[in-house]
Ligand binder design. Structure first.
Ligand code: SAH
Length: 379
């Protein structure tokens, strides 16, 4: 029985036939010679990322077919023709059978991010496929792979438009407007993966004082304001992020006295917040990018959450997240539980959150489940 996991580790390879270079299309075969599938090879522990299973070599329409499937999934999820949302992830790597490739749709502009050389080398074909699938819904394609390609690959990728031209735009998520700067912003410009979790926050915000820690472009802050919060504080250590948050607040809630933002380190800011907040959102960057720093990362989540538990108002709500791929759901839960124990607070789980439908998890690739969140009621 095949397990259809898209990664072939270098240690599992018995024999390599012929010269191969990073990014080459290769076939993966059993020792009997039977072809299992085709993928792109890479230097490193993941030696091949398989994108097509079976004995048949992917044909000319392969990328178009795959992207059409990805689009169909978003259509099924109600994202492609929504009236109040025009930003979604169109291609989520392994989750869409296209390992190493990310494509985010920002109201007409697709931002591509290749994490493998193989996908970067076929970018022109990907653009053609996007044009075919999206038709007049596509205005421009921007390639932002210079920082995500493996640095060992020794290629110089320059970010830029592969098709059309557009300028940093305004996108809409559940009626809230966000300025997205794909050229300069983090990741592809916006953290699309928190859409549903942001929406959930608005249901808990009525008449509440909300702290949005690690706010980036202010997403959770708008949900809180939309939901009727009495006060919203947005905090990020990056001055650029706070600038974006302020611009976005001005766009959605001009001169709203309920909102204030702060450039500050999370641990410093949370030193002395006392019981000022009813609702606290903690959405830090990935504390563990590699498995060898896992225990250090778990300590970080524990310390951070303990600070929130120690100070949140009785009856308060904590939205806490981890987006580290190497931190499992259980790892995270245990770190948060230890934090609750340190603070000596009675805590109950109201929701267990994950990534939304446009960040699908390939059932044969459990590593694709990276976003974990808990909504906790703190007595
Ligand atoms: N919640 C955001 C995404 C958060 S991304 C959203 O919904 O869009 C993580 C953010 O944490 C980044 O903007 C980064 O600048 C910020 N950050 C990283 N380290 C920090 C620290 N020590 N203190 C405060 N903010 C930090």
């Amino acid at each position: 029985m095949e397990r259809f996991h898209p990664w072939v580790f270098s240690g599992a390879i018995d024999r390599i036939e012929g010269p191969v270079e990073e990014g080459d299309l290769v076939s993966v075969e059993k020792s009997s010679g039977k072809v299992i599938g085709f993928g792109h090879c890479a230097i490193g522990s993941i030696a091949v990322r398989v994108f097509s299973f079976g004995e048949e070599l992917p044909g000319d329409s392969y990328w178009t077919d795959q992207i059409r499937k990805a689009y169909q999934l978003r259509k099924t999820a109600g994202l492609t023709d929504a009236t109040d949302t025009n930003v979604y992830r169109l291609i989520h790597g392994e989750g869409d059978g296209l390992p190493g490739l990310i494509a985010d749709y920002y109201n007409g502009t697709v931002v591509l991010q290749s994490h493998s050389v193989g996908m970067w080398l076929v970018r022109e074909a990907i653009v053609e496929a996007l044009k075919e699938v999206l038709g007049d819904k596509l205005v421009a394609v921007f390639d932002k792979s210079s920082k995500t390609l493996p640095f060992k690959a020794n290629i110089t990728a320059v970010d830029g438009y592969l098709f059309g031209q557009s300028s940093a735009g305004v996108v809409t998520e559940y009626g809230n407007h966000f300025k997205v700067d794909w050229q300069e912003g983090q990741k592809t410009g916006f953290f699309i993966d928190q859409r549903e979790n942001r929406r959930l926050l608005s249901q808990y915000s009525l008449d509440k004082a909300v702290l949005n820690m690690f706010c980036y472009t202010g997403g959770f802050s708008f949900s809180a304001l939309t939901g009727g919060a009495t006060l919203v504080h947005s905090v990020d250590s990056s001055a650029k992020a706070i600038e974006l948050t302020n611009e976005n607040v001005a766009l959605n809630f001009p001169d709203d006295p309920r909102h204030e933002s702060f450039v500050a380190d999370a641990f410093d800011f949370m030193q002395e917040i006392k019981n000022k907040y009813d609702v606290i959102v903690l959405d830090p960057p990935a504390f563990a990018k590699h498995r060898n720093v896992l225990s250090q990362a778990l300590q970080g989540y524990k310390r951070l959450n303990a600070k929130a538990f120690q100070q949140i108002k009785p009856g308060g709500i904590l939205f806490t997240f981890s987006c580290s791929q190497v931190v499992t759901r259980n790892n995270f839960r245990e770190a948060v539980f230890s934090a609750a124990a340190i603070a000596g607070r009675e805590v109950r789980i109201l929701h267990q959150l994950s990534q939304p439908a446009d960040h699908p998890i390939n059932i044969f690739h459990p590593e694709g489940e990276y976003l974990k969140g808990l909504v906790l009621y703190v007595e």
